[in-house]
Write a protein that binds this ligand. Structure first.
Ligand SMILES: Nc1ncnc2c1ncn2[C@@H]1O[C@H](COP(=O)(O)OP(=O)(O)OP(=O)(O)O)[C@@H](O)[C@H]1O
Ligand SMILES: [Mg+2]
Length: 246
């Protein structure tokens, strides 16, 4: 596996999306990230490691959507349900894709830890605006476990890139900005060394509900959420170690 993890453009960048908290937008982030990456000419695979199978249900809707548009599902996002042997699956598929994105379930899931050990980038949506939240402690604890495994494999520690999702635009200045500052300060302290706050955040937009209903990605709607999500993907691309700086 370590051979497969060498930096270079000839293998996929592996991205795990996870947070022990439920309903924060993990699966929504995975599918939208995958579709925007596809639009940026990447070959993309999503691994659904959650038995709720949210991604699987989304893909079923998407296949119907593509059909109505006369588009070819074969050149769209690939997906697979994979609840065990994730490292082996990655090893076998690293050369076939540019990005492999793994959706994990809420709670302290084993899939999250295993996937994050083998990932280049870990992304954690949170809706929690409390700087003293237990959820961040729980995430830090999982990352300790991830990084002790990585150390044993001779790999550098990973950080979870946390972003705040479902930000209420009506209370943006009064609530979001002070709590973002407090969360950032907490992450910069010694308390949460493996968490890093992303610059990007995502606002609560009704269009995200339509994603699951229609099988369309958020950036396929002409909606104000589109540009914001593209900025978010730009930040993730900037974290990609396999992109050349030539
Ligand atoms: N930015 C957003 N604005 C509005 N609704 C959102 C946003 N992000 C996600 N949602 C909605 O929140 C709900 C939960 O999202 P999602 O299923 O992605 O969460 P999850 O973290 O994967 O949940 P679980 O822990 O159950 O796997 C969905 O109905 C989704 O449409
Ligand atoms: Mg989910």
């Amino acid at each position: 596996m370590s051979e497969g993890l060498e930096k270079g453009r000839n293998r996929a960048t592996v991205i795990t999306v996870g947070n022990p908290k439920g309903g924060v937008g993990k699966s929504t982030t995975c599918v939208n990230l995958a579709i925007e990456a596809l639009k940026r000419n990447k070959k993309v695979m999503i691994i659904d490691s959650d038995d709720q199978a949210t991604v699987d249900k989304f893909i079923a809707k998407r296949e119907k959507y593509l059909e109505t548009q006369g588009l070819d599902a074969d050149s769209d996002v690939e997906h697979v349900i994979q609840r065990s042997n994730i490292p082996k699956f990655l090893r076998q598929n690293l050369k076939r894709f540019d990005w492999i994105i793994i959706d994990t379930k809420g709670k302290s899931s084993e899939e999250f830890v295993i996937s994050s050990v083998w990932s280049d980038i870990v992304i954690s949506p949170t809706t929690d605006c409390e700087a003293d939240s237990d959820e961040l402690d729980a995430l830090q604890k999982l990352m300790v476990s991830v990084n002790s495994n990585r150390e044993a494999l001779g790999l550098e520690p990973n950080q979870a890139h946390v972003f705040i999702n479902k930000v209420d635009s009506r209370t943006f200045n009064t609530t979001y900005i002070p709590s973002r500052k407090a969360i950032k300060e907490r992450m910069e302290s010694e308390e949460l060394p493996y968490l890093k706050l992303m610059k990007s955040y995502l606002t609560y937009y009704g269009a995200y509900k339509l994603v699951h209903k229609t099988g369309k990605g958020i950036t396929e709607f002409q909606d104000k959420s589109k540009g914001q999500f593209q900025v978010f993907v730009n930040e993730i691309e900037s974290l990609d170690p396999n992109v050349s700086n030539d």
